[in-house]
Design a binder for this molecule. Structure first.
Ligand code: ADP
Ligand code: MG
Length: 369
């Protein structure tokens, strides 16, 4: 199923400190999600991810704009007619029911021509239980299951009606780190096996990058960028996206163009072509783009060194940055003994991004190296 959102806006009456005002939870959101893909809806808490998902499934009606499933306008269609399976952000299994009965539950409410016989229902439960690998756990009640197993039951329950669309709202948030990775790989596998168009909501950029075909990055209800994970990481369209993707976070400096060079403070770090003389910019440099080099033109004062196993994280400060801690990720082969208080780096051109100081939008530039 292809999902299309056309200029969708959702306003709520403000609560608490925003009493009397309207909150735009989703702001002119337009996107097309092709059939059979897994897309991540990524953004910080409160940016409108759940509201967008609720509009797609029918729990909320947009203030303006339309939602299409293939060629059908579903904007005002009730939830139960949309054929979506959903795992809500704060889902709950029925505590008194076994896993099997939890999964069966949505089928028992089917009416009319969709109604299934008991053997048909049990057959469906077996199929989805197998898919999420909980066949042996069907007789257990939720409290007898681990967090990860409960999560699988919730996914099985969302899948049992064989939906054409699967919506997952932060489905891994109550799992520990190792289980999160395992379960996200499982979700990817299930999505590939079933080919169900899936929207996966998360505030975790790592999660979004690792499992999705493409990412929609949101902030304050507004789409910031849509693209394949690598593309969004390599070519952030604005400062927000640059900062939101990547761990450790990208380093931001004040820079200026003078005599066809990009300067950070008193260091000429890069030759550039086609930019206005005297233009001030934000310079964003990925931690892996800083390469220790005694002849490098970019100098900084090292604060500390963190050993990460495969890599070393060099923590440094720079007077042209507002961030108190900046980082370079260096191969552990580089050797700690060569780290001094003052270090020089060269910068990989592909890891450096320039943004306009006012609009915070990406500036196209050419390196002449
Ligand atoms: P996210 O899922 O990205 O954390 P939400 O979609 O839940 O964000 O919320 C987006 C914004 O809309 C927030 O400011 C939130 O407080 C507000 N909001 C969400 N639902 C309601 C509601 N039912 N009434 C009023 N404000 C709401
Ligand atoms: Mg949410």
């Amino acid at each position: 199923m292809r999902i299309v959102l056309n200029d969708v806006t959702k306003e709520f009456a403000g609560r608490g400190s925003k009493q009397g005002k309207t909150v735009k939870a989703v702001d002119h959101f337009s996107a097309e999600i092709p059939d059979g893909v897994l897309v991540a809806l990524l953004g910080p808490s409160g940016c409108g991810k759940s509201t967008t998902l609720n509009i797609i499934c029918g729990l909320e009606t947009p203030t303006s704009g339309t939602v299409f499933f293939d060629d059908t306008d579903v904007t005002h269609m009730p939830v139960e007619n949309r054929g979506v399976g959903m795992v809500l952000q704060h889902y709950a299994l029925y505590p008194m029911m076994t896993a099997q009965n939890n999964i069966l539950f949505p089928l028992e409410n089917l009416k009319g021509k969709n109604k299934l016989t008991k053997p048909e229902m049990l057959d469906r439960v077996q199929t989805v239980a197998k898919l999420v690998q909980i066949e042996d756990l069907l007789d257990r009640k939720p409290k007898e299951l681990s967090g990860g197993q409960q999560q699988r039951v919730a996914i099985a329950r969302a899948l049992v009606k064989m939906p054409k669309v699967l919506l997952l709202d932060e489905p891994l948030s109550n799992l520990d780190a190792r289980l999160r990775i395992q379960t996200r790989e499982e979700i990817r596998r299930i999505q590939r096996e079933t080919g169900i168009t899936t929207i996966f909501v998360t505030h975790d950029q790592d999660e979004a990058m690792s499992i999705s075909d493409f990412i929609i990055v949101m902030d304050h209800g507004v789409i910031q960028q849509i693209g394949e994970p690598q593309e969004v990481y390599d070519k952030p369209e604005n400062l927000f996206v640059a900062k939101f993707l990547g761990t450790p976070q990208i380093n931001i400096f004040n820079g200026v163009i003078r005599e066809k060079k990009l300067w950070i403070g008193s260091d000429p770090v890069m030759d550039v072509e086609g930019m206005d003389e005297g233009k001030e910019v934000f310079v964003a440099i990925r931690p892996e783009g800083l390469v220790p080099n005694p002849d490098g033109t970019f100098k900084c004062s090292v604060q500390s060194v963190e050993v990460l196993g495969r890599d070393i994280s060099v923590v440094f400060q720079h007077e042209e940055s507002t961030e108190p801690k900046l980082r370079a990720i260096v191969s552990s082969e580089f050797g700690l003994e060569r780290m001094t208080q003052e270090m020089s780096f060269s910068i990989l051109p592909s890891k450096i991004h320039l943004f306009d100081k006012e609009t915070q939008k990406r500036i196209a530039w050419e390196s002449i190296q």
